[in-house]
Design a protein around this ligand. Structure first.
Ligand code: NAI
Length: 248
């Protein structure tokens, strides 16, 4: 018996990295998971692994910035499984540059995917959660939204926006027994950080008290904590998973 037996979850950007680790952690606890990703070729292997484990999963090739596709994904998940209990807004991108050199299109693309996408998915799942008076939403923010960083104004604005959105929605739906929290991961080893130059990685590691990068599974366990039945009185919170990189 898992702690999430019978629960239905949606994880955005679930093809790799933190999203994929979260999907597998939820499945291991007994949840059925609808996985969405803009690039969906990679999802097939994950779906197969879940089926091999005896789990249940749905695959959606959805761009979270596409309002209609997001609604369709939510409708189809409900048509298949009757409800949505958990949403993990994980899909995210970076397009780093100094503000003075940042292209308008790169500013807009990062805000659109990270912040607008989180809003669209949240708005689409809430009616189902409100109806059943139970829900868990976890938004993946970032340590840089708290601490700042050079060359990431678009990303930081989007992630700080996610923290604000988390608190606003948490207050709106608290009486419906729906919790809304954010996780602020630090420097996590995933395809997103794999591409960073060695000198940037060195610089990041030098400011992490634990002296190492985090793993996708360490973030996934934070998600499990926030969606578990036992954490029902935690809402509007930002959970740091950062090896001590930022303490607040
Ligand atoms: P990743 O790049 O490995 O995975 C992100 C996934 O989101 C990819 O599968 C990608 O295809 C998908 N995606 C991108 N745009 C999408 C869209 N419009 N619609 C649907 N799916 C889309 O990144 P990683 O590292 O696993 O990051 C996951 C989340 O954690 C992101 O929100 C990221 O900003 C955040 N984060 C990551 C940190 C790190 O050090 N890796 C640190 C702090 C936050």
């Amino acid at each position: 018996m898992g702690s999430l037996d019978g629960r239905v979850a949606i994880v955005t950007g679930g093809a790799q990295g933190i999203g994929r680790a979260t999907v597998m952690a939820l499945v291991k606890e007994g949840a059925k998971v609808a996985i969405t990703n803009i690039r969906c070729a990679k999802l097939d292997q994950t779906i197969q692994e879940i089926k091999d484990m005896g789990g249940d999963a749905l695959k959606f090739c959805v761009d979270v910035t596409d309002v209609e596709a997001v609604q369709e994904m939510v409708d189809q998940t409900i048509a298949n499984w009757g409800k949505i209990d958990i949403l993990v807004n994980n899909a995210g991108i970076t397009k780093d540059n100094l503000v003075m050199r940042m292209k308008t299109a790169d500013w807009a693309a990062v805000l659109k995917t990270n912040l607008d996408g989180t809003f669209y998915c949240t708005r689409a799942v809430l009616p189902s959660m409100v109806r059943q008076r139970w829900g868990r939403i976890v938004n993946i923010a970032s340590v840089v939204a708290q601490a700042g960083n050079v060359g990431q104004a678009n990303y930081i604005a989007s992630k700080a926006g996610i923290i604000g959105l988390t608190k606003a929605v948490a207050a709106e739906v608290a009486r419906r027994n729906i919790t809304v929290n954010a996780i602020a991961p630090g420097f996590i080893a995933t395809p997103m950080t794999e591409v960073l130059a060695p000198e940037i990685k060195e610089k990041m590691l030098s400011v992490i008290p634990m002296g190492r990068m985090g793993t996708d599974l360490e973030v996934a366990h934070g998600v499990l904590f926030l969606v578990s039945p036992e954490t029902s009185y935690i809402t509007g919170h930002v959970l740091n998973i950062n090896g001590g990189m930022y303490m607040a």
